[in-house]
Design a protein around this ligand. Structure first.
Ligand SMILES: [Zn+2]
Ligand SMILES: [Zn+2]
Length: 342
């Protein structure tokens, strides 16, 4: 399913089967989950995508071929202290995330912040992704996936899970933990927050009683509209919705020293607010991309919780239907495209 130009529907087309280069895996794709970032690309809200482009950065598949010359360079600095770069054999199950490649040598890579690499390439954005039968991926950035999850269940973990987890770790040991928006990523991270004993406060669109009820059913201490104040001050809040005015709203709900984490790649403008709302060491930060360490940590904790994903499946050919329903807020769960499901 090829995006020729933002603003247009994806086109079902036969394209050449990619060939794995140095250090790459050829992967036969089983499933690919749909992310809000895919919508941002289609809707021209993110600059300079590769065109034409195959979207999709939450890919689960099987290794069909291993590039003739596997990577033999020094271990990537960010992997220091964690597992060595994973190795893959033909037939292995593999997960391919948003971070597709980094240079390993810029100041950010050398200081354990490969998520900020100056030359990073991103799956389904600046390199082709998973709305297809095959893709190639740099083996160093791929993950082995926990057996606990089947191919449909595992797909949403690869972005909503990983980048949600990075946002969550930015909140430190916050006891009173808030979430603005309760979509795919929030739902996954809420389960980890509850597992770790946080008090969870969930903010939805004003009047969205149904979502508030489902947050409470999951274990939230309180759920209400984003126009309400929580019953207790928050030590941290993650904003999962791409709505700038939520930033000053969340700031007003924070205790001293609290942090607001903006978890999305795109957000509407943030209105101005009085300095007193930031005073007393409150912090606003964004989260960009992921490191491989985030992935290793997340895939270690997720099956222990165990984090459950809720999915709604579509055949690959119906990717446009999935995107349209996502845009219209009509999905009941994370959309997962079925390519070669088993
Ligand atoms: Zn770099
Ligand atoms: Zn994503």
């Amino acid at each position: 399913m090829v995006l020729d130009k933002p603003g247009q529907p994806l086109q079902l087309r036969d394209v050449a089967k990619p060939r794995p280069g140095r250090g790459q895996l050829l992967v036969r794709i089983n499933t690919c989950a749909v992310c809000r970032t895919d919508l941002h690309v289609v809707d021209s809200e993110l600059p300079n995508p590769k065109l034409p482009l195959i979207l999709g950065h939450q890919i689960v598949g099987r290794v069909e071929e291993v590039g003739a010359e596997m990577w033999e360079g020094p271990e990537h600095p960010d992997s220091r202290g964690t597992k060595v770069a994973p190795t893959f054999a033909i037939g292995d199950r593999v997960g391919i995330p948003w971070l597709g490649w980094t240079d390993g040598e810029c100041a950010f890579c050398r200081s354990g912040r490969e998520n900020l690499c100056d030359r990073a390439r991103f799956t389904g954005y600046t390199i082709d992704g998973g709305y297809a039968e095959f893709t190639v991926a740099d083996a160093r950035f791929c993950f082995h996936l926990p057996e606990h999850y089947n191919d449909v269940e595992a797909a949403p973990l690869l972005c909503a899970g990983l980048i949600g987890y990075r946002s969550y770790r930015k909140t430190g040991n916050a006891r009173c933990f808030g979430m603005y928006g309760f979509g795919n990523a929030a739902h996954l991270i809420a389960q980890i927050a509850l597992y770790e004993g946080r008090d969870l406060f969930v903010f939805t669109r004003p009047g969205d009683v149904k979502t508030q009820q489902s947050a409470k059913a999951l274990g939230a201490k309180w759920a209400g509209g984003s126009d309400e104040m929580p019953p207790e001050k928050l030590d941290a809040a993650i904003i999962f919705a791409s709505v700038g005015p939520l930033v000053p709203a969340a700031l007003r709900a924070l205790a001293k020293g609290g942090i607001v984490v903006c978890g999305g790649i795109h957000m509407t403008d943030i209105p101005s607010f009085p300095y007193v709302d930031l005073w007393e060491e409150r912090v606003i930060t964004s989260v960009a991309n992921l490191t491989r360490r985030d992935g290793e940590e997340f895939f270690e904790i997720a099956p222990r919780v165990p984090v459950r994903t809720h999915t709604e499946t579509f055949p690959l050919e119906e990717a446009n239907v999935a995107l349209d329903r996502f845009r219209a807020g009509k999905l009941k769960a994370t959309a997962v495209l079925l390519v070669n499901p088993n």
